[in-house]
Design a protein. Structure first.
Length: 582
């Protein structure tokens, strides 16, 4: 692992708040286990060189048993504690990632597939967990075993040990290029796996679109192509491992044959004893097995290297800008001051200025793509203006804490999203205060939602399915309105809240909206005349610019675009509306 990447790995571990005490205990017992294992060949050497029945005393046998038990128990504890430590580190890392993801701004999610982020949370974190809890304990015991065994072997016979020490670096020279190639393939595999996860997540979330458009075969082909690409990387990885491990084993076996052969020659010439040869052979095995383990560790380390890089890159993403002050409620007018916004060299809003008077309803109209929803997104601080600002009194809204500002806003979207769970869960979602059952029922009644909720066998505890698939559009809208009522917002945002409903649902939802809007500062995106004509002021947005501000009657007379919209959408009603307002 390159130095910079290794530092990133250590930095990531530090961020994950590892259980240092548990890791230290695991390291300690790993060392004890390795030292106990090193004692056994030395005992056998002494026993073989000076063998007699009289030497097999109860004390010697007990000593053997104690050494074996120490090795067994210490190995068990080291594995167990490393597993716990590894799981804790990864749990902390996932918590860190999840917290960081929740704090990232909306533009980040505009550019990143959710499936790839899920892959970071699951696959990459699991890769690190396997390295820490499965491989690290083996590495620790391997290092101790190799150092201890080589030290003892030099004491036993420095000539034979020198032959072995020369052979090991030669083996590594063969293996290292293959390990590097394995890293490249592993990183590409992880990237491909993240892409596949993203594809599956997107397709499964839009399964109704797939079925309605009869594109199962098309998506099957696309999925198969991605699966086969991932399979191809797996084959390449398997090919490298198929070369790496046998080559390593053959090299080590050849080294073993040479060394034992050399040792047999030295025994025959009385240069070493038979016990020393047996001990040397056992110590050699205690070196060979850890070397195989270290090769496996290096392979896992290469995978962890890629996971570390991706997680570190994610953690380097800048979170949303936080203010320092809480919003004082109730608050006054919200002012848009020469606001401009754009991205990718495309300007969506140009020097937009207007006010949302306290306690009044402001409607905004304009063709699709004129920037209406962008204004809502800027109000919610999902995006930052290119120039200009939005202020509450003398203060820019960016000076307020995000949580405080957003809790003062109630947002009812066109397709009012809900989460899987019960109706009650969704009504209380985002509330930080205690709410009584009577308050919940009162809010549902004001939102015209109580009747359909009570019609379900389980009432408020009815499970509504993923994204509320068991509810109609009008029912989801009314739940969103009831949730906004419970939230008691200072500023209410309504994004074409009735435009996708049938006439009966629209009537019921509109009644609920009027109760919700009463006495609140309300900002409405609407194309329906029922909402627009009663607004205290209407803003006409055209190509990202404000082309008119006024009441319905004023704009019909003075604004060409507004007059055109009224004529197109409400033809036959314009005269009646003018009469009602005259």
């Amino acid at each position: 692992m390159e130095q910079a990447t290794f530092k990133s790995f250590l930095h990531l571990l530090k961020k994950s708040n590892p259980p240092v005490g548990l890791l230290s205990a695991a390291v300690a017992v790993s060392v004890i286990q390795a030292l106990a294992a090193l004692m056994i060949p030395w005992f056998l050497k002494s026993l073989i060189d000076n063998f007699s029945v009289d030497r097999l005393t109860p004390g010697l046998i007990s000593l053997f048993i104690v050494v074996f038990l120490v090795q067994l128990v210490s190995n068990a504890f080291s594995i167990y504690w490393l597993q716990i430590a590894g799981q804790r580190i990864v749990a902390n890392l996932r918590t860190l990632l999840w917290k960081h993801l929740l704090g990232l701004p909306v533009p980040f999610y505009d550019e990143t597939k959710s499936g790839e982020l899920v892959s970071r949370l699951n696959n990459d974190a699991t890769t690190l967990q396997q390295l820490l809890s499965e491989q690290l304990v083996r590495l620790l015991t391997s290092v101790v075993s190799i150092i201890g065994a080589i030290t003892i072997l030099f004491f036993l016979d420095w000539q034979m040990t020198l032959v072995m020490v020369i052979a090991v670096p030669l083996t590594l020279l063969i293996i290292i290029p293959l390990v590097r190639k394995l890293h490249e393939i592993s990183r590409a595999t992880q990237k491909e796996l993240a892409g596949l996860s993203g594809f599956f997540a997107e397709m499964l979330s839009e399964v109704r679109l797939i079925k309605s458009q009869a594109t199962e075969s098309y998506e099957m082909d696309r999925g198969n192509e991605k699966i086969e690409n991932l399979f191809g990387f797996g084959v390449k990885e398997g090919r490298i491992q198929a070369i790496l491990l046998p080559l390593f084993n053959v090299t080590l076996t050849s080294m073993l044959i040479i060394i034992i052969g050399f040792g047999a020659y030295r025994v025959s010439t009385n240069q070493i004893s038979a016990g020393e040869l047996v001990a040397f052979s056992l110590y050699l095995f205690q070196i060979m097995t850890p070397l195989v383990t270290m090769t496996e560790f290096i392979s896992k380390l290469q995978k962890a290297r890629g996971a570390t890089e991706r997680i570190s890159e994610l953690l380097e993403e800048q979170p949303e800008q936080q203010g320092t002050r809480d919003v004082t409620r109730p608050f006054g007018a919200v002012q848009f001051n020469q606001l401009s916004f754009g991205y990718d060299e495309t300007t969506l809003l140009h020097d937009v200025s207007f006010s949302l008077p306290h306690g009044q309803t402001t409607a905004i109209v304009g063709p699709s793509g004129s920037g209406k929803s962008t204004l809502f997104a800027l109000l919610e601080r999902f995006y930052q203006p290119t120039s200009g600002d939005i202020s509450l009194g003398p203060d820019g809204i960016e000076t307020f804490r995000l949580e405080s500002w957003r809790r003062a806003i109630g947002y009812v979207a066109q397709d009012s999203p809900v989460l899987s769970g019960t109706i009650r869960d969704n009504l209380l979602y985002g509330l930080v205060r205690d709410v009584t059952e009577q308050e919940i029922r009162d809010a549902a009644e004001m939102a015209n939602a109580d009747a359909f909720i009570e019609s379900f066998p389980h009432g408020y505890m009815t499970e509504i399915g993923e994204r509320g698939v068991k509810l109609s559009g009008g029912q989801r809208q009314r739940i969103a309105i009831a949730r906004a009522l419970l939230r008691d917002p200072e500023l209410l945002l309504l994004d074409e809240a009735t435009s996708s409903l049938d006439s009966e649902s629209e009537r019921v939802v509109q009644e609920a909206l009027e109760r919700l809007m009463h006495g609140r500062t309300t900002f409405v995106i609407a194309h329906r005349l029922a909402t627009v004509r009663h607004a205290d002021q209407i803003i006409v947005l055209e190509d990202g610019r404000v082309s008119g501000i006024g009441t319905h009657d004023t704009l019909v007379e003075t604004n060409v675009l507004y007059n055109k919209l009224v004529t197109q959408q409400f033809i036959g009603q314009t005269d009646a509306i003018r009469g009602n307002h005259g």
